[in-house]
Design a protein around this ligand. Sequence first.
Ligand code: NOJ
Length: 490
Amino acid sequence: MQYGRNCWLDMRKLPDGFKLGVATAAYQIEGGWNAADKAPSMWDNFCHKPSKIADNTTGDDACKSYEYYKRDIEMLKFLSVDFYRFSISWPRILPTSFPNKISEAGLTYYNNIINELLVNNIEPVITLYHWDLPQNLQDLGGWANPLIVDWFEDYARTMYQLFGDRVKTWITINEPKQIAIYGYGLPRLAPGINSHGIGDYLAVKHVVMAHARAWHVYDKEFRAKQKGICGITIALDYREGMTDSPSDMQAGKDAMDFEVGLYSHPIFSTKGGFPDSVVRIVGEKSAAQGFFRSRLPEFTPEEIEYVKGTSDFFGFNHYSSRFYSREKFEKGMYPVPSYDDDIGAYYSYMDYEKSAVIHVTVVPQGIRKALNWVKDTCNNPPIMITENGFATYGGLDDEKRIMYYNKYLNATLDAIDIDNCNVISYTAWSLMDNFEWGFGLRIKFGLFEVDYEDDFRTRKPRNSAFWYKKLIATRAIEQDYKTEFKEISF
Ligand code: NOJ
């Protein structure tokens, strides 16, 4: 296919029925951290401790969407998205964490959003868990406690009961790796438990089990009546060998098994359970380190069967690619034991073009490889791209973000048109600037800029918002692009 500037014939059509949307997450946008009867989440507590967040900001107020959600919906209307992916704050809707008490204020808030979306013909796509665990459950061990599977079941069932008459797409859990490895193995994300090589693997198993439980509840108790779909979103940043030496190539493959396979293999593969490579590597290292059992917990045969097939789609978050080398791996590079030591490779983003955060280094061909990896290792499931986006330090003129979207979408279309990957939707991260976890408010992912100095948190469309609006209107993408820029605020 040939491309040329502003020539319709050279435009590349999106597949028929392909859906386009944008995403946010509760803690990153809502604010109102202690409004009404909301209980604290582990992110509230984490951010209230000194020196946890790079720019010392918190999500206490964030975009104030708890107050100003109507403006968010105006922005969605402006873009004309097919769907809006957002998450529910567990401690806002269930202030005790359990279904014995449903917050009236929380219920009204989420009902308002859902109803307003539907009136405007925008499909609500709800993530049940986007990292803001109730602090009282974290006090009991959080994702390191196997009982979380029961707690999550009760929460999920309650959400299906409250909203499932109107919500038809459910994402149980967002990015299990980040929850487990960065929250329980490294102090990078809340709850900041530094139990590397041990606590992280406990959380890995319980996140997978909790997801499966929530899916089974939907499948058995709600699907027939509500007729929706339910699945998990996994971070699928691509990992590959730094060189084509056999040992580097193997390091890339092993890294995919650790980074993605730990979550996708139990759910999507025919065999089920954790990937053999990871079971073997962690088992051998644990034995050599003097442990009496593997640091990676096992699934029982019943659990393997229970988890298999528990996702109606593959929720796919993708930002970048990382390159691995076993040849450059040296003893002492990582603590022992640890997840990184178990992978046993040096890694880098190499010298690809950078964004404001390292994990969004621009490697467009990586999304095509990642989509193919899912097709080949996960039984070719329908793939919903649930996040993709670019980070800056701000400014309405965000040509680099447009370039990023354009290149990643072209690579996605290669995966669809040439490789037959079954991609059914695409979600831009994010609707607007928001609280970027450990980086704070300074890092901007928004199609819309949010003015944090302003009490009303005025939102303004960036050039990329106009570009995305045009993409949604035309359902076609160009290699070269032209944007018009207008002054509007919400
Ligand atoms: C993935 C996470 O789901 C989202 O919350 C985060 O803001 C983006 N990555 C960007 O880092």
